[in-house]
Design a binder for this molecule. Sequence first.
Ligand SMILES: [Zn+2]
Length: 419
Amino acid sequence: MEHHVTRAAEAAAPTSSPMLRQTNLSLVLRHLRDHVSKSRADIAEATGLHRATVSNLVAELLERRLVRETGIEHVGAIGRPRRSVALHGAHVGALGLEINVDYISVHGSDLSGRVLVERRVGFDTMASGPDRSLRRLSRVAREAVEAMKRAGAVPAGLGVAVPGLVDVARGVVTFAPNLDWHDLPLAARLSTALGLSVPVMVDNDANLAALAEHTSGVAAGTPHLVYLTGEVGVGGGIIIDGKLLRGADGFSGEVGHLPVDPGGARCGCGRHGCWETKVGLAALVRMAMPERPYQPVTDPEERATEIARGLAAGDRRMLEAVAEVGRWLGLGGSIVANLFNPRVIVVGGYFATLAEWLLPHAQAELERLVVAGPAAQCRFTASNFGFGAASRGAASMVINRLIDHPTTIMDPIPRLAAY
Ligand SMILES: [Zn+2]
């Protein structure tokens, strides 16, 4: 145990300012979120906080069970052993939900990201209308809260992903064309329905999926990353310099409504020839299985898997349909690449299920159309989160908020004695 506390260290330790304490606790937690397990000395070096301050903060976080000791780490041959700590918070839950055209998906984890609940239920949101949809969403959320409690974690926040334009600050869904929702105060209504006294946050599904990919996906940590949802609708989440690009009103990334073919089919948004009328799952099903029109209540993953079986068996009509969709995917991808110069475009939903057939066509078209050519070095890659990326991202959003405001999950305990 080291106890060389100097006068300077005491001065640097968090004292009476709750603001400073919150900022410093948050710094330590954020570092542990991004770096798995670290010693106090590593944390001090990376955050610029004094070693004694870090020891005090870690002691407090240990007492609150938000971090745990992970063991002894030896640095170099003659280095002193260091005790490492990692994010813990097994009792603090983060619940992420996604409501989409034909399903509701759930991802519950604890503060360290350990998965506690994961499920998806088929649900025809459009035909149900906002009131019934909200009741169903509340029921699914309530069941998830109970399951998390049984696993020992009480949700400290709830995030909801929605395929549409979201006023994030107010938790209002401004417009979700594929759900036919207009100005729906989702956060307030869900909060009332659940009777929970924890924050409810709402954001666009593609933004949250991009957050999940950037946090823990196949291209995690890539600072310039675009995520595309491949469902009935197509949305984009754009990460630039490691940060989600939101735009003036939080409406950036509506790539599904890029007008790629103004003479084309009518889109859910009322316009014609939007990108999603070319690459959305309904468009693929129409081309690949014209005798079986798209039924929203069918689980999209099941439908995609069915098409994958046909492709694997060499079904010519399906192969042609997927090639056509792949080329449109590359064309739209080239617009995104020309605008944002991402290193990677991660595709989710059914794009990921059919990646081995879709992406070669998409990549070839992208390379043909990107102005910077090979110099742009942008590649399509498939997400491995299936249809769960947005709900996973919704849980990440909750964890990030808790890490930014750690005192909200810390019960008052007697002041720690100053070391
Ligand atoms: Zn549209």
